[in-house]
Design a protein around this ligand. Structure first.
Ligand code: BGC
Length: 415
């Protein structure tokens, strides 16, 4: 198997794991609501079930970097596969909601770890001229995983124990990850740092630098501008609202006056997936910066537009305009902040603080994701569609910071 194929497979399987297992809950919550049986979950409890995987992912993102540094990228991928393969069947067989919460948090560890480990492995092993393209595949697969979950939800709607089937299917990316693990070589960067001799390694790296001690690295990290720019990227990824639209798409469409929200939800999921393809031919040619700045700016305009549409329009016009703006928002997210966050979270940092940097930005991204997922229903109830102005404001701040401070990282990513 060619090296680029293996790299593509690692990112695709990691992304599928992430997308399916986070996306599946949107459908399952509707099923629980629709049937009004099983465990009669209150709204607060639904929020906890949704967030449990995100909390696991937060922890996973923090431990993913150190695990990959200590044991190597290859063993870390094996761990991802094992957690997924054990967590999903456990979840499917859950006898009560507490087991669901625990098993989802466990599965979340693999989701969070994959966001650090897979892009890191690809960034360390890919030829410089295709790092961006191969990196975007992680997000392409996230969106395909989410779409798969939406479609499954729809197809299994009237089947008994459908939620158990849907949860159980979360194991399939683990199986593929296991297959990829069997053929993937260790990352050349990690091997060199560990002193494993290998000619390919030497040719891929510019220097054979030795790492400063942890304390010194943390000092460099806290003072690095990359950290703060990266945190703004994490804000742009999450606090501009993507998951409010993804997890609650049905409700958003419903409140725009569209009575059968199933089709627009699936349509939005498909659009989300297709949109990720736009950046592939551009990311290594134009660079990361123009896509991130343009994407964040367009998302900002779409959010303010949504605020205006909800307030000042009615009937069919409101529904169609809202959906149009949502589609524009999603397109812009999937060209910029969606895929590029995972890539730039590594490229922003110098080699000695790459692992701690990428893990920290991933963790911040999960924290904002949790805040949005848990907070959106309440904020939506309190201020209604004005919530879109808040998303717009976050986007506007992020756009300004990115225009002024975001460096182009395309050529800095040598290891
Ligand atoms: C984000 C997720 C989001 C997904 C949508 C990912 O990059 O981290 O929170 O649901 O994109 O495609």
């Amino acid at each position: 198997m060619k090296r680029t194929h293996i790299l593509a497979a690692v990112n695709i399987m990691g992304g599928l794991n992430f997308g399916y297992n986070t996306g599946v809950i949107a459908g399952i919550l509707t099923i629980w609501e629709d049937l009004g049986k099983e465990w009669h979950l209150s709204e607060a409890m639904q929020g906890i079930v949704t967030a449990s995987i995100l909390i696991g992912a937060l922890v996973g993102s923090m431990i993913g970097g150190p695990i990959a540094d200590h044991f190597g990228r290859k063993k870390a991928v094996l761990l991802l596969a094992i957690i997924t393969l054990t967590g999903a069947p456990f979840l499917a067989a859950a006898p009560n909601v507490w087991v669901v919460i625990g098993a989802r948090a466990f599965l979340g560890l693999a989701v969070g770890m994959s966001g650090v480990i897979c892009p890191m492995y690809v960034s360390e092993s890919a030829p410089p001229e295709s790092k961006g393209q191969l990196g975007i595949l992680f997000q392409v697969a996230i969106t395909v995983g989410i779409l798969h979950a939406y479609l499954f939800n729809y197809a299994l709607k009237n089947i008994k124990y459908n939620w158990r089937v849907m949860f159980g299917c979360g194991a399939y990316p683990g199986l593929f990850l296991l297959a990829v693990w069997a053929v993937m070589p260790e990352s050349p960067v990690w091997s060199l740092r560990r002193g494993v001799n290998n000619n390919e390694t030497a040719s891929l790296l510019k220097t054979n630098e030795t790492e400063p001690p942890l304390g010194a690295r943390l000092g460099i990290f806290i003072r690095s501008r990359a950290l703060y720019i990266g945190l703004v990227l994490a804000v742009a990824q999450q606090l501009t609202g993507i998951n409010a639209f993804m997890y609650y798409a049905g409700k958003v469409f419903g409140s725009a006056g569209i009575s059968n929200p199933n089709y627009p939800t699936i349509g939005l999921g498909a659009w989300n997936a297709v949109s990720t393809l736009v950046g592939i031919p551009l990311v290594d040619r134009l660079g990361r910066r123009p896509l991130l700045v343009a994407g964040t700016l367009i998302m900002t305009v779409a959010c303010f537009g949504l605020g205006v549409v909800y307030k000042y329009t009615h009937g069919d016009a409101k529904g169609y305009l809202a959906i149009g703006l949502l589609f524009i928002f999603v397109l812009a997210f999937e060209i910029g902040d969606g895929p590029l966050f995972w890539i730039v979270a590594h490229e922003l940092f110098t080699p000695e603080i790459k692992t701690v940097g990428a893990s920290t930005l991933n963790a911040a991204q999960w924290l904002f994701n949790i805040a949005l997922t848990l907070g959106f229903p309440t904020v939506d109830k309190l201020i209604g569609s004005n919530v879109f102005y808040i998303f717009g404001l976050m986007g506007a701040i992020a756009t300004i910071v990115l225009v002024i401070f975001l460096p182009e990282t395309r050529n800095t990513a040598k290891n």
